[in-house]
Design a protein around this ligand. Structure first.
Ligand code: FES
Length: 141
């Protein structure tokens, strides 16, 4: 009976610790991507985060602020293939099952559209003519 009580209190204690100290998200930082002038409207580049995620960063506008750009995960939310930017079609395309996404990452056709899956977005900012992206710097176990 003593062992049963100890196990019950131990489990209760573990739940109390998790309640009082919830797991926090991954640490995030702003990282340099490019000088604005090096990425013209219609162009894109591939960026790899410190945790190994691939991000497609495309420029669509000329205002000179972060709204000109979209930074989207290059990993298709359907089954994980790599998407790429097609400037001639103004879209992101996944060749595995013909998934199509608009410049903001919203699924337009193919399995991602059928399942309502969009490309995850990353925050961007412009400071002093330089483009920065906010990324996780550590993986959460
Ligand atoms: S993995 Fe991209 S559409 Fe299937």
């Amino acid at each position: 009976m003593g062992a049963g009580l100890a196990a019950a209190y131990g489990t209760l204690g573990a739940f109390a610790v998790r309640f009082l100290y919830p797991a926090r998200g991954p640490r995030r930082e702003w990282r340099f991507v490019s000088e604005l002038a090096r990425l013209q409207p219609g162009q894109s580049l591939s960026y790899r985060t410190p945790t190994g995620e691939r991000v497609a960063i495309a420029r669509h506008g000329t205002s000179g602020d972060a709204s000109d750009f979209a930074a989207l995960s290059s990993t298709c939310p359907h089954l994980g293939c790599q998407v790429h930017w097609e400037p001639q079609n103004t879209r992101f395309f996944c060749p595995c099952h013909n998934g199509v996404f608009d410049p903001q990452g919203r699924a337009l056709s193919g399995p991602p559209a059928d399942e309502g899956q969009s490309l995850p977005r990353y925050a961007l900012k412009v400071e002093g003519g330089l483009l920065y992206i906010q990324v996780a710097t550590e993986r959460v176990a």
